[in-house]
Design a protein around this ligand. Sequence first.
Ligand SMILES: [Zn+2]
Length: 479
Amino acid sequence: MTTVIRNADWIVAWDEEELSHIYLRGGDVAWRDGAIVQVGRRYEGEADKELSGRGRMVMPGLVNLHTHPSTMPAFKSVREELGNPQLYLSALYDGWNLFTPDPEDKVWAARYAYGEMLLSGVTSYVDMCFPFPGWVDAAAESGLRSFLAPLYQSSSWRTDNGHELLYDWKEDDGRADMDEAIGVLDAAIGHNSGLLHGVVAPMAIDTCSLALIRESLDMARDRDLPFQLHAGEAMMEFLEITRRHGVSQVQLLAREKMLGPDVTLGHGLFLDHHSWLHWSSRADIGLLADYETSVAHCPTPFSRYGITMEHLGKYIEAGINMGIGTDTHPHNMLEEMRTAAIMCRVAAQNMHAVTTADVFTAATVGGARALKREDIGRLETGAKADVVSVAIDDPIMMPVYDPIRSLIYTAADRAVRDVWVHGRQVVGDGEVLTLDMTTIASHLQEAQMRALEKVPQRDRLGRNALQVAPLTFRTRRQH
Ligand SMILES: [Zn+2]
């Protein structure tokens, strides 16, 4: 089955000589089954399906390097303004478990996130969840290229008084949970869709023992799988790691020989140079670059806390491979790219600290490199047919001088029309074809209500949801 988009107004093509995306004005994009066979010029071969590229920009599918689909959509409109002022504004420690959906409801959150991603042009993503019922099948049904990253850990966070962070260490150091995660990895890798892959992902540098992290990395290297670990995510994590080990997270990982081109750090934000820390060394960015380690940058949740990476442009300039992830809701990769650009420029106090090309590169080939893939995140012959078609004639995109700028700074998902993953169309005319978003949203609404009812049993002070997360305005009932 060969599909060709004829005479696209713009193509974001990969140039192997420049090692960069470039714009092509006019030309065809053709793919056969799951692989691209031509980018640019006129495709003269046989085609089963021809689509007009008039009024369209054809670009590579985006690579979302860090997501938590089974929970984050259920937190929408609840958690945006929650953060603990006695734990450096993070909501990780006492705001998270309060609103987590029931295990059997998590699949609805996940499906919702998958739909959001597709609508914003994501075709590959890293799915970092504690295993839940129905996960593998739901990921496969979405039609996305899924990198399942089942989470496990040696301990979990707890606070009894709201200002002291405690760790509940498991007797087996998380080994049983790691075994369960390996089962999910095997199910993903062996899945007959061919679109499921695996990432080894012990949860976080402070919740996992060094022994568990080492065993995990050894397994990843034995099985040639990418590896991702939350590190540099929170002030409390930095304080805990320096308390335990006397050095920053990155310096600890370097000392333990746990950095490398197969390693991605989730967030990598609170590194030794960050202004909140006033730490004495300035080694972390250089170490990550030296070890060719990747960072999954997710600006949105931090920006809501009043926190930002300092700064994306500095990391890129140092030579760190940067990817972008949505982490929280919305799973809108295009808006995430806008936030990444803006937060960098604010942190740097310099609009030239990062370019739109830097951000687009991170969201495509940067994420792909972190996943050890050269066949996604780019449009070139032989790459996977993960293709996004954007309507540049939609009023939201117009006037168009530079379509990527119109897309990132203004239109975002509203201009995404058609998406193909491995040659299969998964978004058509702006609608998800693989998922019924209306039904999913109503299930998610019910799942959120069930979780909200449980808040008083989960909250250490017995507060209800409205007390923990007050509404925007005082409410006066009229009936
Ligand atoms: Zn995360």
